[in-house]
Ligand binder design. Structure first.
Ligand code: SAM
Length: 236
């Protein structure tokens, strides 16, 4: 039997790929890539030439069974996305679940993902947090925000540069203008920057300076409600 390897790739700085990820990519029979052109650039940088197949949100439903068959037949398959960890706001979950259902072996390598450095950069509590990824753009957006209004854990969102200001304004509405926020952009890249302040201040900042690049928004949990693990243990 073969194996599915889920292989994180850099979110900007190509030095961030692990030695093991390079070896797995080298040894895999086939690489499944979200965008084969993007992955070609990485493979070329690593001096690798591989058989590649596209695996993205538009074909993953139709493709997963065939991939599982390949693995059952003995092939080693490496799944990568355009950047970061497959399955984190990227295709990956469906294939992992299908392989598990078929009793196939899967192995996920640790490696780059945007939300971990953004969370730690924020300086907000990281002992417990919730990753929200991209909020729904229309239907269900307000409901989701309503549900998060009293969330006491640090909250992490992915957002496109075109919607950052609008989203910060909406957060102000739901979480209050004084709620602390940390916005990290272009992590690991040349113009990496983290802007911290209240929601009102950071929204002002990005109204004055056009948001460019890739963004992670980290919002502090609801004040007064957050208990440390120790407090909860003491109360239990
Ligand atoms: N799989 C990726 C991961 O593990 O983080 C996420 C892919 S998702 C399609 C792309 C989003 O991730 C971007 O819109 C942005 O919110 C975030 N992101 C990816 N790279 C980033 C970077 N270098 N700096 C800041 N945010 C980044």
């Amino acid at each position: 039997m073969g194996k599915l390897y889920i292989v994180p790739t850099p979110i900007g700085n190509l030095e961030d790929i692990t030695l093991r990820a390079v070896r797995i990519l080298r040894e895999a029979d086939v690489v499944l890539a979200e965008d084969t052109r993007t992955t070609s650039v990485l493979l070329k940088h690593l001096g690798l030439e591989k058989r590649m197949f596209p695996h993205h949100k538009f074909n993953e439903h139709a493709a997963v069974e065939a991939v599982a068959e390949r693995i059952a037949a003995g092939e080693t398959v490496a799944l990568v996305s355009d950047a970061g960890t497959p399955g984190i706001s990227d295709p990956g979950f469906l294939l992992a679940r299908t392989c598990i259902e078929h009793g196939l072996e899967i192995e996920t390598l640790p490696g780059p993902t945007a939300f971990v450095p953004a969370l730690i950069q924020s300086g907000f509590p990281a002992d417990r947090f919730c990753f929200e990824g991209f909020l729904p753009q229309k239907k269900g957006r307000n409901k989701r925000l309503e549900q998060l209004r009293e969330e006491s854990r640090t909250m992490i969102f992915y957002e496109s540069p075109f919607r950052v200001v609008k989203t910060l304004e909406q957060f102000t509405e739901f979480f209050g203008a004084d709620r602390p926020v940390s916005v990290s952009r272009e992590l690991t890249k040349k113009f990496e920057e983290t802007v911290r302040g209240t929601l009102a201040e950071v929204a002002d900042h990005f109204r004055a300076r056009e948001p460019k690049g890739e963004f992670v928004i980290v919002v502090s949990g609801a004040p007064g409600r957050r208990k440390s693990n120790q407090q909860e243990e003491d109360e239990a």
